[in-house]
Design a protein around this ligand. Sequence first.
Ligand code: DAH
Length: 341
Amino acid sequence: MKEQLAKIRAEALAAFQAARDASELDALRVQYLGKKGELTGVLKMMGKLSAEERPAMGQLANEVRAALEQAIEVTSQKLSEAALVQQLKDEALDVTIPGTQVKMGHKHPMYIALDEIKDIFIGMGFTVLDGPEVELAEYNFDRLNAEEGHPSRDWSDTFYFDEDSRVMLRSQTSPMQVRAMDSMELPIRIVAPGRVYRKDEVDATHSPMFHQVEGMVIDKGVTMADLKGTLNTVVEQLYGKGTKTRFRPHHFPFTEPSCEMDVQCHKCGGVGCPTCKGEGWIELLGAGMIHPKVLQMAGIDTEIYSGWAFGIGLERTAMRRFKIADLRLIFENDIRFLEQF
Ligand code: DAH
């Protein structure tokens, strides 16, 4: 029995040494130490030994078991380290292999137009402001002199959050005028681009969400001549030197006088064509001298200060700049469309 144990020990240790991976080693563990394993088989025969022989043999058997278990432990450690080394080798990155090209996105045509507009105004000393799209009626209407009952406050036009019509998705960027008056020192020169919302059905020229760029100047002695001069300069930079504009009287509650500004059609030069619907002119923005009431509600002394403001529809500007015929294309974000600009 002694020889048998020695043989098992020698064989097993050699076999463990030769194991190539964890599963082979596990199979060997079962083969030698498992319930039906070789060592277990020998131990079962212990009963047949005499009482004198049994303790010594028992001890030897335990030693062999311990030796095998330890050998398995050591080998298993060695194998898992080797496996890790191999894995690191297999998964090593070859940094010299040319990479796969990542498809770059493309600046949206509307933001190309917006950045042009921003650059022009920044060049003239304007500050760019950002403001909330969820707005209070106080800023969107009250303090812009659009009283209760004004048609633009109607539920059919505006997305309200509450029954009292006090909280809403802003319907214009003009509340940024009031926010600027409240938070900035005079004189003020700002542009405030952003999203606005109205209950409009989607079609080629309408969307319930669109963008405006608000502009405002408040200083001493500011007149309508400054408004026209500034906007003419902007238009020439956007559409080229010599581009003509025309100002038509209009009405907005927060400006007095109010106007709309048209740009001569870039396509036909003013003769009339499908692009300008035969008019020769294309409407670009609403503007006017800030209503004294609006200035006074912000605590500005109208004896000393005056101001003008305007609001541009950004989609329309981009559509004209890039000759886009349908507003929906701007929001669908089809890569094939966006890549053209
Ligand atoms: N908020 C106006 C609109 O959405 C546009 C506008 C008109 C803005 C005149 C102005 C302005 O600042 O002075 O139709």
